[in-house]
Design a binder for this molecule. Structure first.
Ligand code: MN3
Length: 196
């Protein structure tokens, strides 16, 4: 099948002042679109074309076809990233706060660890909150790799490729990560992933 760029679930100005319309325009309309278009070009005429979702394609391509894996996984990663942000400051529910406390000690320690691990990813990649065997963990991955390819369930994924923060934060990746985790996460979406 061929894929098309899913629209953002909110207006481009909706995440300001934490993520600007200019940043979203470049990131969604150019970068995300390019991953989708490249996936379509690469799978045309191959066995991957018969698969019906980006997830099926990147799982089938993992370890077999790097170009298809990278583009299909990035297309999926970005859709997940847009969906787990929301306008307005959403607070985590008591249930989520308790889970974060249990796994990381406190909300502040969770934020610190998320920023530390995301900042420690050398070069392009992602930082994730995942659920693994009933425990919450923060991991980082390089380039397009995601927790699903590693057999784990993602709850939050934050893009740490430079294109995701240079417009608003220049080289200050830790500031971007702190702003993202404190202001932009749609905790209702996170909780929905948890209960699945
Ligand atoms: Mn990106």
């Amino acid at each position: 099948m061929t894929f098309s760029l899913p629209p953002l679930p909110y207006e481009k100005t909706a995440l300001e002042p934490h993520m600007s319309a200019q940043s979203l325009e470049l990131h969604h309309d150019r970068h995300h679109a390019a991953y989708i278009n490249k996936t379509n070009v690469l799978i045309a005429g191959t066995e991957f074309e018969a698969l019906s979702s980006l997830q099926e394609i990147f799982l089938a391509a993992y370890g077999r076809d790097d170009a298809i894996f990278n583009n299909a996984a990035q297309a999926w990663n970005h859709e997940f990233f847009w969906e787990l942000m929301s306008p307005g400051h959403r607070k985590p529910s008591e249930r989520v706060i308790e889970l974060l406390k249990k796994n990381f000690g406190s909300w502040d320690e969770f934020v610190t660890k998320f920023v530390e691990i995301g900042s420690a990813q050398f070069g392009s990649g992602w930082v994730w909150l995942i659920e693994n065997a009933g425990e919450l963990q923060i991991i980082k991955t390089a380039n397009a790799k995601n927790p699903i390819a590693l057999g784990k369930k993602p709850l939050i994924g934050c893009d740490v490729w430079e294109h995701s923060y240079y417009v608003d934060f220049q080289n200050r990746r830790p500031d971007y990560l702190k702003s993202f985790i404190e202001n932009l996460v749609n905790w209702a979406f996170v909780e929905k992933q948890l209960s699945q």
